[in-house]
Design a protein around this ligand. Sequence first.
Ligand code: NAD
Length: 472
Amino acid sequence: MLQSPLPELVASFERQRQALALDPDPTLATRLSRLDRLAAWLDSHESDIVRAIDADFQGRSAHETRLAEVFVVRAGIRHARRHLRQWMRTQRVPTALHFRPGYNRLMSQPLGVVGIIAPWNYPLQLSLGPALAALAAGNRVLIKPSELTPRLSALLASMACEIFNPNELDVAIGDVELGKAFASLPFDHLFFTGSTQVGRDVAQAAAVNLTPVTLELGGKSPAILDASCNVTVAAQRIAFGKLLNAGQTCVAPDYLLVPAGTAENVASHLERAITKLYPKLAANPDYTAIISERHRARLAEMVREARAAGARVIEVNPAGEAFNEARKFPPTLVINAPADTRLMREEIFGPVLPIVEYANLDDALAYVQRKARPLALYWFGDDASRRNRALRETVSGGVTINDCLWHLVQESQPFGGVGPSGMGAYHGKWGFDTFSKLKPVFHQNRWNGAGMFHPPYGHTFNWLLGVLSRIA
Ligand code: NAD
């Protein structure tokens, strides 16, 4: 596999630092040109992207690549292009009476050289999504894609050579060791998408340089079915949200919470919904494979452990296909998995869906609250007061009501986790702000009263502070 040696990584970083010193605040035209080049490259390379990710996964739905990778990045570029002039504008902000006629302005400024570490599950979206925000904010960008998607990584590297000067955007290719070296570079901001475990290491490496980090992590995202929900519709939407990319989606519903006594009924609705979406699985190009044999074996082991512990396992395989050769994994519903099984403790990240029954809403909310704060939460139901309780009493990165995933692609909303599912956010203006220094500037007037606060301190000072303490 192609690999960037360490000295090359450091040289690439230094090149960008030097370029930054020469042009620390690129003009709107320069930033738009970078975004335009990226958009044009996406337009002309869509089929290369589809082929590369398909080869990396040994079976990635072309439609999913077009929707969840190319379309999402393209929409992000279009949104940024449309709003960039406004985002870059120095803003007027209010000034308290006693500081007038001085006035406040808030200006945005590129942070400098930004590092982006990407995972394998949406290798294009999660490299170029943050990159487009960083470029819009006027930064230099160095990307380290995942070692598990070598073909897409090579394509990104050739994109960088083709359309960017390496001092604008560059790609460092390598494994975990290169990732460690990458995270230890003194970036002006480090943006990491990946597992919570590695996120911790990345945050520690960045802390040595006091490099600020955005961590886009994972976790177990619940979907709560309320008694008021339409189970048929909920099952269709959950089946889509869970099986997109074969469940290898950070915001996929990880497990279902359903009212007591309804698990079997929900499971049979899900079986029907899955069969409709995927009448065949192993031999279906719409159904994506698992990224590696190691990941596939992990899922199989988690299901085996739950079954051995007494859970009821329902493998959905409408055409009765054999999965021996393919790296695909059949959609699997698991009822009554004990709480101490890996399935109920670890992020699943595959097409396996545990169904857990709850006695009442208090019980369901307590279940979610006991676990680490999730990246996403889904609520299905029409009862507004119970929905509002769930919204108020749980903390998660984001929420979609009566569907799955869609809050992630709202350019006018921030996307990010909370606590163990991440820190910081991006998308739209939030991405621009993440990669900008928002610098407050106070313009002092020639005529002002600030001199009254200077020493030697005395009556005037005491009187003025007394007055201001009452009105400020
Ligand atoms: P991972 O954490 O194993 O790897 C992510 C990246 O970090 C890879 O490029 C890898 O080479 C690099 N890396 C590994 N060890 C490193 C280290 N010590 N220092 C620096 N870099 C290192 O994650 P993954 O398996 O590629 O992705 C799956 C995880 O990502 C899941 O937990 C999923 O929930 C999460 N995820 C989160 C989001 C989000 O937006 N919040 C999106 C996609 C995936």
